[in-house]
Ligand binder design. Structure first.
Ligand SMILES: [Zn+2]
Ligand SMILES: [Zn+2]
Length: 326
């Protein structure tokens, strides 16, 4: 099979021919139909996350067709399944036992410790694959698998905020904005100064306001979610939320947060992070996405263009989400 392989952190992916993997006990073999590109892929490829065992095939927003089942697995009823970021958990640690498998000490993640979807085939533990609503095409569905899922989890963490700020208006924020509108919230989009296409995209999606992230918010916010991997946005977002407001950091990696005056946190403001997903999040979000259509804005590129696609994400030259097709 063709695959785009990460041979070491910091190097471009290499187009490689590899044997089709064999599904082991508990696993499915799936033919990849589409794989979205997530900012986490960029952090892995750029060596910003420890714990990579190379060579590795990145990609964890996988929409795929079931081809074969390994020992002990029945072929699932659904021909099409999603393979998300959470690929395996131990089931035994204190977090797993407490229903917080997203925090599992021994978890393995797709495209990081397990081979992912920048390839023609992938094997995945059947217990972590999830159904995808029929209303979405393969490429439309791909960003739901992480951008949508993590966005959903971050939105829940933001609580009952009526006025919600989103910092960084990429794949996740463009889905969260729609979820928030459906719930009757007002969304304020903060983008890099001068990134007028991103601001315009946010306004088209119904945001009440879009403006630069290094400027003031037009109104006091009830909560903010930070998707951009920029630590300086934490004090900026704290300054933008009202007393009692919450700032949710939704990315896996962020540059250092600069020192800031305690007055920004005072008044029962809080900062938290959202890490990974649970299988329950996945089922809940896919059910929601099936009931209430989301308009994912995707640009499709061939698998062989994975390096170009990652480069565009690095430069911020993406509207919505990029999706690779083999
Ligand atoms: Zn565990
Ligand atoms: Zn992701």
């Amino acid at each position: 099979m063709r695959a785009m392989l990460l041979t070491r952190a910091g190097a471009p992916l290499q187009a490689t021919d590899l044997p089709i993997p064999e599904p082991g006990p508990g696993q499915l073999l799936l033919r990849v139909r589409a794989c979205g590109i997530c900012r986490t892929d960029l952090h892995i490829v750029d060596g910003e996350l420890p714990g990579l065992s190379a060579p590795r095939i990145p990609g964890h927003e996988i929409v795929a067709e079931v081809v074969a089942a390994g020992p002990g697995v029945k072929m699932p009823k659904a021909a099409r399944l999603g393979v998300p970021w959470l690929g395996w958990t131990c089931g035994e640690c204190e977090h797993c036992r407490a229903g917080r498998e997203n925090l599992c000490d021994a978890a393995r993640f797709t495209g990081w410790q397990l081979d992912g979807g920048y390839a023609e085939y992938v094997v995945a533990d059947q217990r972590y694959c999830m159904p995808i609503p029929d209303r979405y095409s393969d490429t439309e569905a791909a960003p739901l698998l992480c951008a949508g899922l993590i966005g959903h989890r971050a939105l829940k963490a933001a609580g009952e905020a009526q006025r919600l700020g989103l910092y960084g208006f990429g794949a996740a924020a463009h889905i969260v904005a729609q979820l928030a509108h459906k719930e009757g919230r007002e969304v304020y989009a903060f983008v890099r100064r001068g990134d007028e296409p991103a601001a315009e995209f946010a306004r088209q999606l119904g945001c009440a306001w879009a403006g630069p992230s290094d400027g003031p918010a037009p109104v006091p916010l009830d909560a903010a979610i930070i998707f951009a991997p920029v630590g300086a946005l934490v004090p900026a977002a704290l300054a933008a939320v009202r007393k009692g407001g919450r700032v949710v950091c939704a990315g896996i990696h962020m540059s250092d947060i600069p020192a800031f005056p305690y007055a920004l946190l005072w008044g029962e403001r809080s900062v938290c992070s959202v890490a990974n997903l649970t299988r329950r999040d996945g089922l809940e979000f896919m059910e929601l996405a099936g009931r209430s259509p989301l308009d994912t804005s995707v640009e499709v590129m061939p698998l062989a263009s994975a390096n170009e696609a990652l480069g565009r994400l690095r430069r911020g030259a993406v509207r919505g989400a990029l999706v690779l097709v083999p």
